[in-house]
Write a protein that binds this ligand. Structure first.
Ligand code: V0D
Length: 247
């Protein structure tokens, strides 16, 4: 059976009315993929961008409402300067080739994370991407850039304190109100988290939002992650009984 046949078969085994509305992905293993192939690490990142393109296209085709991709964590600054510099060139590179497609496919781009510490060039690229797609009504594509979940929660608390001091809060707040202070305000929580490259951790990604998400792990390195894997994850998600902690 060839790849296209397998893709089509998987696609038709997915129930379109029970899709995970929000899929989040920790895109891990670019460096290891490259090293194992005897290539420079940046070759892994370059190939990783190709996987982002395919994943975005496939998700949007399937009818996913929100796709959230963990592109750069607050811990990633500790990598060698040359690697960080290379990574910081990727948003621009991605939009240069992909923006027409994103617009055509009605995808809206959004950033989650602390953009104040990103190089001006990256902020400019991301803002232009967000601006060019802001009226799109199809899939919402979140890029988590300089994102850390504990930082996000602490930031939310600080904003909340300010609102309280300004007299904007009446009495106690509940979970729903608290979540409005997060980067993901007004988005529903991820239904499915995918992590590639065999690591079985959440790594400070969407700690609050992942409370009830199904978790799906694969040993496949991000550059080798394909439509097939995405659809397998979605299929698995549909098979699992979601009980939300009830018996
Ligand atoms: C490398 C694997 C797309 C993870 C995917 C700055 C590591 C490829 C973007 C991107 C990265 C980010 C924002 C945006 C548009 C595109 C990206 C980084 C790394 C870190 F608005 N891929 N990608 N950003 N990699």
């Amino acid at each position: 059976m060839d790849l296209e046949q397998k893709e089509n078969e998987l696609k038709s085994s997915i129930e379109p009315d029970r899709l995970p509305g929000h899929v989040a992905i920790i895109m891990d293993g670019n460096g290891r993929w490259a090293v194992e192939k005897g290539l420079p690490r940046q070759e892994g990142h370059r190939q990783g961008v190709e996987t982002v393109r395919e994943t975005v296209r496939c998700s949007s085709e399937l009818g996913i409402n929100i796709l959230t991709l963990f592109a750069f964590s607050t811990e990633n600054w500790q990598r060698p300067a040359w690697e960080v510099n290379y990574l910081m060139s990727l948003p621009e590179k991605y939009f240069n080739s992909e923006l027409p497609d994103l617009v055509r496919n009605n995808v809206r781009v959004n950033l989650i994370g602390d953009d104040s510490k990103l190089p001006a060039r990256v902020r400019k690229a991301v803002n232009e991407g967000a601006e060019a797609t802001k009226n799109n009504t199809g899939m919402l594509l979140n890029f988590a850039l300089n994102y850390g979940s504990r930082f996000e929660i602490v930031m939310a608390v600080n904003k909340l304190i300010k609102d309280a001091v300004d007299g904007k809060i009446k009495g106690k707040i509940n979970e729903k109100e608290f979540s409005k202070y997060l980067y993901t305000a007004d988005m529903h929580d991820p239904d499915l988290l995918i992590r590639t490259s065999g690591e079985l951790r959440i790594s400070n990604f969407l700690l609050w939002q992942l409370a009830y998400s199904e978790l799906w792990f694969t040993d496949v390195y991000w550059p080798d992650f394909s439509r097939i894997h995405l659809m397998e994850a979605i299929k698995d998600y549909q098979v699992r009984k979601r009980r939300f902690g009830k018996v």
